[in-house]
Design a binder for this molecule. Sequence first.
Ligand code: COA
Length: 316
Amino acid sequence: MLVGLGVCLPQRSVTNDELAQRLDTSHEWIHSRTGIERRHFADAGTGTVDLAAAAGTAALKSAGRSSCDLVIVATTTPDRTCPATAPEVASAMGLPSAAGFDLSAVCSGFVYGLSVGASMITSGAFRSVMVIGAERYSAIVDPDDRTTAVIFGDGAGAVLLEQGEGTGPGAVLGTELGSDGTGRDLITVQPGERYLSMRGRDVYTRAVPTMADSARRVAHAVGWGTEDIDAFVGHQANLRILKSVAKRLGLPDERVISNIGEVGNTAAASIPLALAWAADRNRLGPGDRVVLTAFGGGLTWGSAALHWPDIRPVHG
Ligand code: COA
């Protein structure tokens, strides 16, 4: 059962026009190709740990809880390679002995984490699991590379999962995951390199059919037709990708959730940030049939089907 949702965005919001002052680009190019208008960048003193802990603490508050048994942090941008981010996040959240580990599935990390977290609960291994997607892409994006600098942003989002009966509001009904390592070089930080490189056009071409197939599979697995989906919350990589996927699924634009204009591509944080954005605007209501679908580096992809809970997101 999904019982809480928390998010955290760094304060500093950077517009396309601001980027265009030092890069050979324009608001018109960025907005028409991606839907992005601005993104948030963390300041030098704010790490992925800080964003993750703020989102996790906000999710506990949203659920009216003070603790959980396991913290999973999905991130591509840990502050350190070793040790993992999650134990430090758990400590910062005031959970001195909760289990914690990181999950690496790039932009699909949150959906992977949701699948793992829900399975941990179903198996009886844990009673409550915090799944956090947290990213500080500004640390791995070359500020002088217009092909990536305009796309990515920083932020974090978290959901609290608990044991629960039935298929009512909050129930995570099904998940499906996939990967294809032959596409490993499409989005990559090469050994010895500091910055991310991306073959955007190739990613785009692969993302659309793969996301549509994944969304369709998870919907069918839980007994829904695609026309039953009340809200499609895809990874916010590009508004054109989301619209193309929705078209393949036969979904009208009003069932497609997109906050990419305000936050850019926040990788593993993208779906929980979009969920909070939609819930704040009453675009999600208790019992709504929601499909989450992600696609990203690896290549990785995944979907989840759930009934939206009766909760309010908290902003950390
Ligand atoms: N401003 C202006 N021009 C830019 C630019 C920018 N910020 N970035 C690239 N260009 C130029 C390119 O250099 C190229 O110029 P050329 O034709 O002279 O070589 C031209 O624009 C077209 O580049 P292309 O990469 O083909 O553009 P596109 O329409 O595919 O859009 C993306 C680029 C990145 C927006 C798009 O491919 C995309 O969103 N891909 C998916 C990315 C994604 O999902 N990533 C994350 C997955 S988790």
